[in-house]
Design a binder for this molecule. Sequence first.
Ligand code: SF4
Ligand code: SF4
Length: 124
Amino acid sequence: MKRELGIARCGLACCLCSENVECNGCGSNGCPYHESCENKKCSITKELTHCYKCEENCRKGLLSKIKPYTFTLFAKKYGEKKLLDCLERNEKDGVMYHRNGINGDYDDFDDVEQLMKFILTGER
Ligand code: SF4
Ligand code: SF4
């Protein structure tokens, strides 16, 4: 885990991403989505560093997907540090952020509350 890369504006975990080894996180323009990214454009316009700092319950862009949406809700509820702590512990316990391409163990959910619990406890 590259903890210093933190959590992206949209809620994706740059610190665990395997998509682009050259990328230094959401702010570096290394993300494959950055040119068209609604979450990046919108949060910059609102002068917010992250969607988790936004008061809207929004499903725009990457927030239409359960992983970044739930990570965003988790960071809203518990803070980014707690999210990083849980992701770090889960990684040590064998949870894979990316297993097949950009899909991994956190994508294997269709219920937000169950994914929140999995992040928090590492248990299904
Ligand atoms: S999808 Fe957008 S907000 Fe998310 S990491 Fe990429 S550029 Fe950043
Ligand atoms: S409105 Fe949506 S995309 Fe824009 S900053 Fe808020 S949560 Fe992010």
